[in-house]
Design a protein around this ligand. Structure first.
Ligand code: AHR
Length: 515
């Protein structure tokens, strides 16, 4: 038997977890880079949907079992502070275009109830409103991102909201705010002008919405000299490139700070599959949908480049994440799903894409923070757990406001049947203290990946790292075992002059720190 035939046989019978022979190559240009990775890429989203707000963030002040401040759970606030959540989008989603903010201010027992038509037809008693949300953002240290009602609201209603939240002087709305107990304005910068107006936000055509946007934006003005409004046009559904084209062409750029984009990693809208019991085929399909983000961001950005070559207007991916069937026995309209290693890997590759496209992607929001879709926190009465996605967002927060470093990656393929995806994903940055971080993901469900990282333009003497992985892709945290999946110290890395050798286990997320 020839040597070639022996090695082919070895390859054929390689046990799972063993590295493929080909090495992945990464070149890190550690002294280059000029674009900042906006911390707002690491934003979150909280909608009046299922148990995101009620039971998740807010349990009211009559609950004696759960410690709260003004009815907002202290444990959730603490976890989000540690995550360094830079911004939080609220109150929707589809809910935003049914929401009338004046119903959610003033004494709670006098607030009118409404029916949450989009999400299960449940009664919304408006006990969590503008003050509750904005005060909570202050506690978390997150900037609020308010989604205005365009679909069923009025220009007056939305411009009044901006004035109520942001004006420090004397005016009808500022007086009303003071009567409700808040003297100082919150000075909220981020405002969405409708949500998914091509669908639940009004089923509009892009040209019609662009005109409507111009009308709304005219009256959404700055109420102080220090803070300029960041107005976001409702954006495309995944690959609807014409939508971005019309927004950029028809809205005067002086009225537009961001254009949104929504993309969920779904296998099939009619058969989304279980969040925890899934095959490798389903995992592969989720990864394919997640990696599509690279193409979406590149193409939407190139349309924006045509109209805005100086990149003044941001691409705002204000809804992204995995979407599966709800957990058995839960309300189908509440979108409650578990969160496994698949979600951790999904988050890692998506954040790497955003980091690498930080010249245009400057705000993004994972859907959604607590108990809904790809949540970072799950709660059940007084119990709380942090999901694998939480841990990835926490590991990656070292990139917030750091300078993105250019890198070149030659990756092995992860193949299943006839299909192939790039196995390794990476991004890197240098923070304000001069510390360099590299985040690496191996999406391969079976093979470990050896990577040689060639470091150009800097010398490092110490490397440390953290890893998130587990025995099985389907592993997740439960209320009984909340720490089953958590970051560990990463040991499979060695540093030689100008190069690093790394071995990534299957389905793992690693962040390295270089000094
Ligand atoms: O995040 C759940 C829903 O998905 C949002 O309400 C809507 O904007 C999107 O379709």
């Amino acid at each position: 038997m020839t040597i070639m035939r022996i090695s082919a046989l070895i390859l054929l019978f390689l046990p799972s977890g063993i590295s493929s022979f080909a090495q992945n190559q990464l070149v890190l240009n550690a002294d280059l880079g000029k674009e900042k990775i906006s911390r707002h890429i690491y934003g979150h989203f909280a909608e009046h949907l299922g148990h995101c707000i009620y039971g998740g963030f807010y349990v009211g002040d009559k609950n004696s079992k759960i410690p709260t401040t003004k009815g907002v759970r202290d444990d959730v606030v603490e976890a989000l502070k540690k995550l360094k959540v830079p911004n939080l989008r609220w109150p929707g989603g589809c809910f935003a275009d049914t929401y009338h903010w004046k119903d959610g201010i003033g004494p709670k027992d006098k607030r009118p109830s409404m029916v949450n038509k989009w999400w299960g037809g449940v009664t919304e008693d408006n006990s969590f409103g503008t003050h509750d949300f904005l005060d909570m953002c202050e506690r978390i240290g997150a900037e609020p991102y308010l989604a205005g009602n365009v679909g069923s609201g009025t220009v007056q209603e939305l411009s009044d909201w901006v004035q109520y939240v942001n004006f420090g002087g004397s005016s009808p709305m500022a007086t009303l705010r003071r009567e409700n107990g808040r003297d100082k304005p919150w000075s909220a910068r981020f405002w969405g002008v409708g949500n998914e107006v091509w669908g639940c936000g009004g089923n509009m055509k892009p040209e019609y919405y662009a005109n409507l946007y111009r009308q709304y934006a005219t009256f959404m003005v700055d109420w102080s000299n220090d803070e300029h409004l960041f107005r976001v046009a409702s954006g495309a559904n995944s690959s609807d490139y014409n939508w971005t084209e019309v927004m950029m062409r028809d809205i005067p750029h002086g009225m537009l700070e961001g254009v949104a984009l929504h993309h969920y990693s779904v296998i099939d809208w009619n058969n989304k599959g279980s969040a925890t019991t899934f095959s490798e085929e389903q995992y592969f399909a989720t990864m394919k949908a997640a990696l599509l983000m690279e193409e979406l961001v590149t193409r939407h950005a190139s349309i924006m480049d045509k109209y805005d070559p100086k990149k003044k207007i941001a691409l705002v991916v204000d809804e992204w994440g995995g979407w599966y069937d709800v957990e058995p026995g839960t309300n189908p309209s509440f979108l409650f799903q578990q969160n496994t290693l698949r979600d951790a890997v999904l988050a890692g590759v998506t954040l790497n894409i955003f980091n690498r496209h930080c010249d245009r992607v400057r705000v993004a929001n994972l859907a959604q923070t607590v108990n809904v879709l790809q949540a970072v926190i799950l709660t059940n009465e007084e119990k709380i757990l942090l999901t694998p996605t939480y841990h990835v967002m926490e590991m990656y927060n070292v990139h917030q406001d750091a300078i993105a470093l250019p890198l070149e990656l030659k990756s092995n393929e992860y193949s299943l049947g006839k299909e192939k995806l790039q196995a390794v994903s990476a991004s890197a940055s240098r923070d304000q203290n001069g510390v360099t971080h590299i985040s690496l993901v191996n999406i391969d469900a079976k093979q470990a990946q050896d990577i040689v990282i060639d470091i150009r333009g800097a010398k490092f003497s110490v490397v440390t790292g953290r890893i998130l992985t587990s025995g099985k892709l389907q592993d997740h945290n439960t209320f009984e075992k909340p720490d089953a999946v958590k970051p560990e110290k990463f040991k499979d890395v060695s540093l030689a002059t100008n190069s690093l050798k790394v071995k990534l286990p299957p389905f793992s997320v690693v962040v390295l720190e270089l000094k």
